[in-house]
Design a protein around this ligand. Structure first.
Ligand code: HT9
Ligand code: FE2
Length: 372
């Protein structure tokens, strides 16, 4: 059985298959051995991060997430506390269930008869088990929708690897293709823009028009940012483009900043900066009176959003005397749900994607510390 690392570059490839086509990235053709697209049984897989379902799950989950990643023990214990603050339950699982229910309804409404499955990288339902289920159900080809809109090892490459691992464990199973990044899909932008407009409107009238707009995304190590996308630095570039499109739609002409949150890793390793809390301090020092945070880097209001922003950043703002509002993420906004259908329909129709982009098979790889 191949190890996951043997199939990294051409996920899902087996010696008896045509090379590199089982997971296609940029409009390649399906393997000639696969059934004709019109006849094969297809499914949509919502592939996500996963999260604990109770206090006893928290540490095993964190160990899954950080295995071999060199994350200091103190950081893990701090993050465990964040989960325990919410009863050891990550909100991400219910959010994925809600997204799947909305997508099922959207597909049914459009007359698209396609089952929707759910699998995660770090917690049950594990993608390996979902792959087995899909194979048992006779599914022959899977469109993979990842709950991340951007390039990078964390947001794109690891999802390719999850699929490759699931297929390696099963020795095959359905063929798969990952739907493109969707940071620029009009429905994703619309969902974030509606949320930003609502957050601005929620501020007291005297600060509403001058409030500083601040986009946030998960910080990543410099080394990961440098290799994101075919030419590198696609993570920052895509985030800048998405934040700009959201502001253009919600508050045309207003300036905005893009800053980073949820930094992890040892302090000796450089990650993208400034941190959102430091940025709030700088804004207060410049005399700003109000901020609106919009976490365009995330797809749902999961733990990073409700702890690191609604709790930590809000408290920082309070201490600084800044009025504070936080915009919702795309979640199950109807425009975002419709965007999922668009991305799927576009891939089912074949040809080059209209929306979004995707990473070629060999990008976003990042050197990892060796497991010890
Ligand atoms: C870019 C990015 C996204 C957005 C793209 C995407 O969504 O995929 C994202 C999402 C998420 N990150 C999440 C949780 C965690 N991320 C961690 C650690 C890390 N994240 C990183 C990056 C990202 N992370 C990185 C470079 C690390 C260091 C370890 C490594 O090099 O991989 C850790 C370990 C503890 C810590 O160090 O913080 C946890 C618990 C959850 C679930 C939240 C919930 O349960 O509601 C979600 C959606
Ligand atoms: Fe993360």
């Amino acid at each position: 059985m191949p190890r996951a690392s043997d199939v990294d570059i051409h996920p899902g490839q087996r010696p008896d298959e045509e090379p590199s086509l089982a997971v296609r990235n940029n409009g390649g053709v399906p393997p000639s051995t696969a059934p004709a697209p019109s006849r094969r049984r297809e499914a949509l897989l919502v592939l996500s991060f996963g999260g604990p379902e109770g206090p006893g799950d928290v540490m095993p989950f964190l160990e899954n997430v950080t295995r071999g990643r060199g994350i200091p023990r103190e950081r893990l214990e701090a993050v465990a506390e964040h989960y325990h603050h919410f009863g050891g339950v990550s909100p991400i699982n219910d959010q994925n269930k809600a997204l799947i229910a909305a997508v099922e309804k959207e597909l049914a409404g459009a007359g698209i008869d396609l089952p929707v499955y759910w699998g995660n990288r770090n917690w049950a339902p594990y993608v390996e088990d979902t792959w087995q289920q899909m194979a048992d159900d006779g599914i022959e080809h899977v469109y993979v929708f990842a709950t991340s809109a951007y390039a990078s090892a964390s947001g794109c490459r690891q999802y390719h690897e999850d699929v490759a691992r699931a297929r390696a464990v099963l020795g095959g199973g359905p063929t798969a293709e990952k739907l493109p990044h969707y940071f620029d899909a009009p429905g994703f932008v619309r969902a974030n823009a509606d949320a930003l407009a609502a957050a601005i409107a929620g501020l007291p009238e005297d600060v509403r028009d001058d409030a500083r707009l601040v986009a946030t995304a998960h910080s990543i190590p410099h080394a990961m940012a440098a290799v994101a996308g075919p030419e590198g630095h696609a993570y920052e570039a895509e985030l800048t483009a998405a934040a700009q499109a959201v502001v253009d739609a919600a508050a045309p002409g207003r300036p905005f900043d893009l800053v980073w949150q949820s930094r992890s890793g040892p302090p000796s390793v450089p990650w993208l900066e400034p941190d959102v809390n430091d940025h709030l301090r700088a804004l207060a020092a410049e005399g700003e009176r109000a901020v609106v945070l919009f976490p365009v880097g995330f797809v749902s209001d999961h733990l990073e959003v409700i702890w690191d922003l609604d709790n930590e950043a809000r408290q920082t703002a309070e201490e600084l005397g800044l009025a504070f509002a936080r915009a919702a993420t795309a979640g199950t906004h109807p425009a975002f749900v419709a965007a999922v259908r668009d991305l799927l329909e576009e891939r089912r129709a074949g040809g080059q994607p209209r929306l979004g982009t995707n990473c070629p098979a060999a990008c976003c790889f990042v050197a990892r510390p060796r497991r010890s």
